[in-house]
Every structure is written in C-alpha cells, then in structure tokens.
Design a protein around this ligand. Sequence first.
Ligand code: NAD
Length: 433
Amino acid sequence: MKIAVVGTGYVGLVVGACLAENGNDVICVDKDEAKVRSLQKGKIPIFEPGLEELVNRNRTEKRLTFTSGLPRAVRASQIVFIAVGTPEAEDGSADLQHVLGVARDTAKAMNGYKVIVDKSTVPVGTAAKVREVIRRETTHPFSVVSNPEFLKQGAAVNDFLKPDRVVIGAEDERSAELMKELYAPFTRTGAPIMIMDCASAELCKYAANAMLATRISFMNEMANVCDLFGANVDEVRRAIASDSRIGPAFLFSGVGYGGSCFPKDVKAILKFAKDKGYDFKILDAVEQVNTRQKQVLVEKMQRHFGSLKGKTIGIWGLAFKPRTDDMREAPAINIIQKLLQLGASVQAYDPEAMDVARRHFGNKITYGKKGYDVLAGADALALITEWNEFREPDYGRMKKMMRQPVVFDGRNIYSAAAMKAQGFTYFSIGRSR
Ligand SMILES: NC(=O)c1ccc[n+]([C@@H]2O[C@H](COP(=O)([O-])OP(=O)(O)OC[C@H]3O[C@@H](n4cnc5c(N)ncnc54)[C@H](O)[C@@H]3O)[C@@H](O)[C@H]2O)c1
C-alpha cells in the first residue's frame, strides 16, 4: 500500500519503518527540515533499539523516504497516518493544534479517497474534530480512523511488529477493511485486530496508560508504607505478582513514572473527564502520588546527610527509562533540580541520554564519559534509571573512587544484603531504609 506518516518522532518513525518493512511504500513527513535531512542521510535523531537498521534497510530498498513536503506525500498515498505530538497544554489537556493542522493540510492536498488515521494519542472526540476539519476543506471522499499506538519506547520496533492487539476505531466498512488488510501481516500469530467506534478506540489508549500508571503509583505507596513498618516491598510484590488475578507487570516501586506518555495522558483524562463534569478521583491520586514520589530519594538523602549543601552526588541514569534517550518528564530532572536547589553538586552519566541532558542542564551539572567517572569524589551515588550496565558494578572500584560509600538506589536493583556485605551504606525504595 502507499502510505504517508506525518511526524517522525518516537512513534511516527517506528510506524513508518515497520510498515515499509512489510513491503508498503512509505513516505515519512516532518516539518522539522533538519530532522528530515538527517533521516534522508540515514542518521536517526533518536535512540531506539533496532530502529536505525530497519530505517536504513528500507531506505536503501526505496520503500521508505523522507520529506518535509506534506502535499506531495498525501497525493501519493492512500492512507495518511497522523503521528505528531499531542503535548500537554497549560490546562492539562492534550494540545491538538499539530493534529488538527496536519488534518487541514492533508485535506487541502487530497486528490481522491484517503483514509486519515489518528495515530497520535488524542482525547475522545478528536476523530470527529478531524473529520470536521477535513470536511470543511475538501469535497473528496475520505474516512477518519482512530488507531492508537501501544508501543513501548525501548522495545518499540518489536512491539509494533508483534503487537498484543491492534485497535481500530472506524465508522465505515471501507476504511475498516483497509486497516485490517494493512495490519494483517503484523497479526499472523493470532493477535486480535479489534474494530470498534472511534470514541472507544480513543479511550483504549488512555485506559491502558492510566491503568499502568495506577499500578506504579499503587506500588510506590505500598513501598512507602513498607518503609514505615520495616517491611520489604520486593517480598510483597512477589507475593501479589504470583496471584493470577494480578500478574507481575508494572509492579516495581521506584522514583516515579516519567516519559512523554503517562504524565500527560493521565492529566489529559483528568481534564477531559472534568470538562464533562466528572471527577476522576483515582487518577487524581495517581498523579499526586507520582509527583511526590519523585522527591522520595532526595528526602532519604536529606535524612542521611542532614544538609546536602556542598555534597557531591553521582547520578547513574537520566533517561525516563532504560533503552531510550528520552528525558521528557524523567524523574532524574526533578531529582537533579532539587539537589541543585539544596546546594549539592551533581555529576551525571547515562548510556544514551547525555546529549539530551546537556541541552537540558547545560553547565549546571558535570557529565561523565563513562559511568564510573561520576563516582570520583562523590559523597553518594543515586541510581535513577535501571540500565543493564549498572546492575553488576565493580563494587571495589566504586568504593575506591567515592568519598563515602553511600548508595541511594531509586529502582531497587541491588540486593541490600550484598551492598552491606560490600561495605556500602545502602538505601532503596520500600525496603526499610
Ligand atoms: N513516545 C511513545 O512511546 C508513544 C507511544 C504511543 C503513543 N504516543 C503518542 O504518539 C504521538 C507522537 O509521540 P512521539 O513521542 O512520537 O512525539 P515526538 O515529539 O517524538 O514526535 C513528533 C514529531 O512530529 C513532528 N511534527 C509536529 N507537527 C508537525 C506537522 N505539522 N507536520 C509534520 N510534522 C510535525 C515533530 O517535528 C516531531 O518530529 C503523541 O500523541 C504521543 O502521545 C507516543
């Protein structure tokens, strides 16, 4: 099929490359011309495992091209995916200006029947708004489909190629059939393609993220209670995770969730429910718990050190989760800001997010070339993102480099007993210290 994907961020680029991988002709469009130029040369502007290889294979095969010219891409395509950002607006709602702008420009360029697919995460009712915007600009026939994306950064290519399910909100047979045909190669192992109305499809994505965010905030509160009673949240987690009604996913306590999705999507539901007069109490609490949780590690540091003024804190991990360079809403940002505010100096390292961090913090902090660099003269190490390379460190080397052997583990990746045996003063989340 001939496809245009508008927006080449973490979602659009993965969608475009994966659709091309299955033999479709895909034109990826972005308004950021520098990004387009670098993609045309095979340079991927983000870190996502497996993506560079996929993009370059399909680019070389000429199934995947990049442009900043939307009209030509629309005219050449039967299906147009809108995968642009829907950032949080000041009032917490999802800002739809990019989505609706692309819809308008797409309509103006249409030269026949097109299916316009909302791939961005958009509030309930957006498909209807997109339909209205297009109707105003064109007399050509079209369908608007809602097709939320469930990929996880860090495993995005695999998630798109082998989805758990595909959700399609479609209001007519023709577009539903076309979408089923498009996704058939991705669902041969039996993953369902679920066809439903657009409003339900739009809500599916928010419901999924809200449920996952709720599990995280729930376990973070449970960890805080464990700390109060000298209990171990890992034991509690193992016990409830083995209950088949609960299951093991998203039950790890830590320094709170971040990223480009959970925080903004939780706020967006709160806002669109409130606009209809509904107070979504659980999600309000989920959001408040998460904001507080991002300070828990610094509070533990304050309790241990008294004042943090003049202390040097080494940070391992800046991205909001491992296997991405994305720092949007990352807990590391809140933690570092607070440490600086309290007069500590920060030296930080992340395997992939160093460029992003430099753009964010500039010279307010210092940066290590390797993980061990940030331990030199450190009064403590704070582990914020659980990259694999931090899991089995050389404890002897750490101790030699640090001013004090103190570790604040924000992701509970180390064993308290092992840390103690190595001579570290060790703090983690919900494991009694
Ligand atoms: N990141 C994720 O893990 C994830 C997962 C599922 C869904 N989503 C949703 O997908 C959407 C995109 O997210 P993302 O993380 O890829 O965003 P992103 O910010 O990484 O990328 C958005 C891209 O769209 C481009 N863009 C914006 N306006 C444009 C326009 N008018 N014309 C052409 N290009 C334009 C930007 O230049 C940018 O390259 C959001 O709604 C997000 O909530 C994200």
